[in-house]
Design a protein. Sequence first.
Length: 149
Amino acid sequence: MSSLASALDAWRFVEEETSWKQNTSPPEEDVPLEAVIEMTRELVSDNFDNEEPTILRSAFNRAEKFLRAHSRETKKRCGYFPPVPSITPGPKGSADLHWLQPAWALLVNVPDGDALATFYGESEGGGRIKGNLDPKVWNLGIVTWLSKN
């Protein structure tokens, strides 16, 4: 079983065991997200290798900060943590953050360096979101998309 699959299994177990939406004293951190981040670290490298899928360390660090900030903000505004994305190697050492839910999907690509991240999402009924964003800055549109039920 891949490490990502293991992380997702751990997340599903935690999600089943913990009903955060009804819990009056939620955890201080998004435990499933932290599990996926930790499991993805084995894909991180300081050098891009076309032969082996890797995420460059700087892209991973930017993606990690982006995910934590948006998780905290969704929790603060909506009362619950958002779904956890898969984190996989993207083009040229970037990090792909992919949320795939029954009613919607969102892909955010966080590149190496200071370039803007790109995103694209679709939902049932034809809703779409697309554009660029600074992964260092919290984005209301992304939080709104992540809080869709």
